[in-house]
Write a protein that binds this ligand. Structure first.
Ligand code: FES
Ligand code: FE
Length: 454
């Protein structure tokens, strides 16, 4: 049943999006059923479950799931709910175990999800209960992409790389080692916090909302970047000083803000307070250029993989998930990444920078949170709901697959600040909400992505 006219809710051609999609409970329930039960969702990182029995309790939509490595080293994602009466079989955030014993009546599951133990089985269930039928409920598909673990409940979902499309190259910039080796990251910590705002405010922000920079003015004035020294103001080092920034929308609903450095670009000095750390990152930069050649000129900023996984590719390097709690409440998780084989000193240095910047006490994240929560609050009233939000910025400016500083950039690309990424995101969001088939969700029928433009 269609609850409200989707075209009216998300009129991306006109650049108007209804406030209802940020506050309406019926739409929210429809999102849980039609977006979160189908899309690929990020659940954790392999470094969090390195050994057999290691587990990390994560979320998919509103639901608790267990990411676990079994005895045969295989990674699984299970619904964290007992098959008997639904008790959470695991109430810890992470750890190591050989069995999950349900606290309620003690049914016991192995790390491969199989039901192993049922108290008083012989006298109460023999001949009736087939344990093979009552394993933990497992996701339809799980994949390990360069250490990041993703899962979907939909057996019809395309393979993850098809789902990711050309956004892959940009996500790689967060997942790969600083010297260009593929993967190789580890999670040094996860911040978790709940905030009174719709999850899409956060997802949208990371699609590349550069326009909101003025709201970070106070942090920009004091300087909390890695160098954090006298005269180096801002939240980050100016590593993209000479780069052409690009804002990209992908057919699958993802969006990123990245940058292309000019040919022959030398390393821009960073980490000025510590020569050892400076030297480490300088070497990484040169090694990356050696390994990747011209492709090394693509540099990361931020992005969102549809629907609710975002990333900061470099400063502060992290993956985020925006878990929905209700139309007006979200739980944000930030997984902070470092190269697993980086020196301890580098990891410690980065951890401190990450904490200054991000999370509920981070100086930059606080600015964003304030915007999202006041905007949510001020959009719930009867009158406010009648008026759509404006998404008309840089309408019809983006080009398909342009060449920027000699590099072909795949996707719908703008070289000026733009809102075509949220327009693409909400176009795809409306398609999920309408229950469209996968072919359409991947953008195969999307005329924006038929290559024909200059
Ligand atoms: Fe888990 Fe009863 S609810 S054993
Ligand atoms: Fe921000």
């Amino acid at each position: 049943m269609e609850l409200i006219d989707l075209k009216q809710l998300a009129d991306v051609d006109e650049g108007k999006i209804s406030r209802e999609i940020f506050v309406n409970d019926k739409l929210y329930q429809q999102e849980l059923e039609r977006v979160f039960s189908r899309a690929w969702l990020f659940v954790g990182h392999e470094s969090q479950v390195q050994n057999p029995g290691d587990f990390f309790v994560s979320r998919m939509g509103e639901e608790s799931v267990i990411l676990v490595r079994d005895k045969a080293h295989e990674i699984h994602v299970f619904l964290n709910s007992c098959r008997h009466r639904g008790m959470k079989v695991c109430r810890y955030e992470s750890g190591n175990t050989s069995l999950f014993t349900c606290p309620y009546h003690s049914w016991t599951y192995a790390t491969d999800g199989k039901l192993r133990g049922v108290p008083l089985y012989k006298s109460l269930y023999e001949g009736v209960l087939d344990k093979n039928e009552w394993s933990l409920i497992e996701v339809a598909k799980v994949t390990n992409y360069k250490g990041s673990i993703w899962a979907t409940w939909d057996p019809e979902a395309p393979e993850f790389l098809e789902y990711l499309g050309d956004a892959r190259q940009h996500l790689d910039l967060a997942l790969d080692c600083r010297d260009g080796r593929p993967g190789g990251a580890e999670v040094v910590g996860v911040h978790k916090w709940v905030f009174p705002s719709n999850w899409k405010y956060a997802a949208e922000n990371f699609l590349g909302d550069t326009y909101h920079n003025p709201s970070h003015r106070s942090v920009d004035l004091i300087g909390i970047g890695p160098s954090a020294e006298e005269g180096v103001k801002g939240r980050r080092d100016n590593e993209l000083e000479y780069a052409q920034h690009v804002w990209i929308s992908f057919a699958q609903g993802h969006g990123v803000h990245s940058a292309v450095q000019p040919e022959g670009q030398e390393y821009v000095e960073q980490f000025k307070n510590d020569p050892e750390i400076e030297e480490y990152f300088r070497n990484c930069y040169h090694e990356r250029v050696r390994l990747m050649g011209d492709e090394a000129r693509l540099r990361p900023f931020v992005g969102t993989i549809f629907p609710n996984t975002s990333f900061h590719g470099s400063q502060p390097r992290s993956l985020c998930t925006w878990h929905p709690h209700s139309p007006t409440e979200t739980e944000g998780w930030r997984f902070f990444l470092v190269d697993a084989d980086a020196p301890e000193k580098v990891k410690k240095f980065l951890r401190h920078y990450y904490m200054r910047y991000s999370g509920p006490a981070g100086m930059t994240e606080q600015d964003d949170l304030e915007n999202w929560l006041y905007a949510t609050q001020a959009s719930q009233g009867t009158i406010a709901r009648r008026y759509a939000f404006n998404y008309q910025q840089s309408l019809n400016v983006a080009k398909l697959d342009p060449v920027v500083y000699g590099l072909t950039i795949k996707g719908e690309v703008s070289t000026q600040v733009s809102e075509h990424m949220p327009r693409g995101f909400y176009k795809r969001w409306a398609d999920y909400m309408a229950g469209k088939p996968w072919k359409e969700l991947l953008g195969h029928n999307d005329t924006r992505f038929v290559p024909n433009q200059d």
